[in-house]
Design a protein around this ligand. Structure first.
Ligand SMILES: [Zn+2]
Ligand SMILES: [Zn+2]
Length: 258
């Protein structure tokens, strides 16, 4: 049987394609989120670490307790230590940020998860670890606080396709209702790979590598990186924030190298 009047079909197709275009152009994030939530509600909840059933969490309480939490650390640089107070290095060479905090030490299994986030786009791990980070975050946060992830140079961003620190920052923004301004910091030049460099060489390597928007003036800036090794990157970015007029700068990282 042929359609005597093809007009209604054509109109339906037109409306459908226009609606799809509208959703794709304007509401993609929403559709994506909705699809993620529907899938999550259909799949049985399992702990991402041991595979056991877990009521409503992606990690069971036993595995969460086993993670390498950075309980005792220098308040200025977040380096693990077994005494209270600012460490000798920070007293001798104070970093440009006023406080630092990292909930984890860079050890298994957090280390492997961070590697997967950085090199295999494992955004599930990014969401999980950032959610744990948000729950442990120091409170209250200053009213004027703004979250800025450490930016990648545009060439590195183009190679990798995403900035792992921004992926973590999105989750912290959602969980902590913390204003997120990834566009307020830019990396002006690519820097040499820092593996094997000591703290002084890292600082030299990063000199004037960042530009920060003047809108940070008078605000408490919380910088976010995935890993804090010596703190050189966060120190240099904090210096740029200070130059731009930030009243306070804190450095946050998911994990700290001991
Ligand atoms: Zn578990
Ligand atoms: Zn310190």
């Amino acid at each position: 049987m042929t359609h005597k009047n093809p007009a209604p079909m054509a109109v339906t197709r037109l409306v459908f394609s226009a609606a799809t275009r509208l959703v794709n152009s304007r509401g993609y994030g929403l559709v994506d989120k909705w699809r993620h939530e529907v899938l999550a509600s259909l799949l049985p909840r399992r702990c991402q670490f041991c595979g056991s059933h877990s009521a409503d969490q992606a990690i069971c309480t036993a595995c969460a307790a086993e993670l390498p939490w950075n309980y005792s650390a220098c308040p200025r640089c977040a380096r693990p230590q077994n005494h209270r107070g600012v460490c000798a290095d920070c007293l001798a060479h104070p970093p440009a940020f006023g406080a630092a905090w990292a909930p984890f030490q860079l050890q298994a299994p957090v280390q492997q998860r961070i590697h997967a986030i950085k090199y295999r786009a494992d955004f599930g791990s990014a969401r999980l670890l950032a959610r744990l980070m948000a729950r442990a975050a120091p409170r209250p946060l200053p009213a004027q606080a703004v979250l800025i992830p450490v930016p990648l140079h545009r060439r590195r961003l183009w190679q990798r396709g995403y900035n792992q620190s921004l992926e973590l920052a999105r989750e912290l923004h959602r969980e902590l209702k913390l204003p997120l301004q990834p566009g307020w910091a830019r990396r002006l030049r690519t820097t040499a790979d820092q593996i094997g460099m000591d703290a002084a060489a890292r600082r030299r390597n990063l000199r004037n590598a960042f530009a920060v928007d003047a809108r940070v003036a008078g605000r408490c800036v919380i910088l976010l990186d995935d890993v804090m090794t010596t703190g050189a990157t966060l120190h240099e970015l904090a210096r740029a924030c200070r130059r731009a007029g930030a009243s306070e700068v804190w450095a946050w990282a998911l994990a700290r190298v001991a």
